[in-house]
Design a binder for this molecule. Sequence first.
Ligand code: DC
Length: 224
Amino acid sequence: MNGTINVAIDGPSGAGKSTVARLAAGKLGYVYVDTGAMYRALALACIRKGLDPEDETGIVKICQESDVTISYKGGEQVVLLDGENVNSLIRSEEVSRMTSPVSAYPQVREKLLKLQRNLAAEHNVIMDGRDIGTNVLPKASPKIYLTASVKTRAARRYSEQQERGLDCTPEEIEKDIEERDYRDMHRECAPLTIAEGAVLLDTSDMNIDEAVNEVIKIIDRCKA
Ligand code: DC
């Protein structure tokens, strides 16, 4: 181990990973690393260039040319795409839809892997994503697989999108979540799977506070 504490949280879209990981990291004084946001920033760069999700050559080129960096402002992760703070631009359904295919290309993943491992080597982190426990930080301890039913996840994402004033229907969100789950779990490169030794946490019947407390308990048990 490199001396820093590395906690991995993986799981499907909309399971509440980001919120739970961010709050748990805040309580423990660790840095929260949202790897989905990094992939989202690259997807945004591809959308801006008008690229087709199937255009691997074009996507890999744009991703390699784009600079993604992470900084922290008042404890919040800020994703910079070529120096521009894109936090407020990467949560739309359009970006979500593009991120799934973009993140499936091995050369795109290779680029972000280095950035993610460097952050974990420098700080105590709770890092969330799809392949953190299986691939990015195989020595992370604990590894947590956070999930919830498709219905629960769709309902949560729908109310988030409503709060942001974004136009969509619950049916569209549910269909999107199912498609994204399938793609994230069945891609060749670093698919979403439950890491060996991961603790399974189903948050379908938990509110945020309960889920955060469960995560902290799992982390504490690991330290003991
Ligand atoms: O966690 P999220 O919804 O922000 O992730 C957006 C997309 O990025 C999702 O389709 C899966 C992909 N992703 C990934 O492939 N690997 C990660 N470590 C994080 C996200």
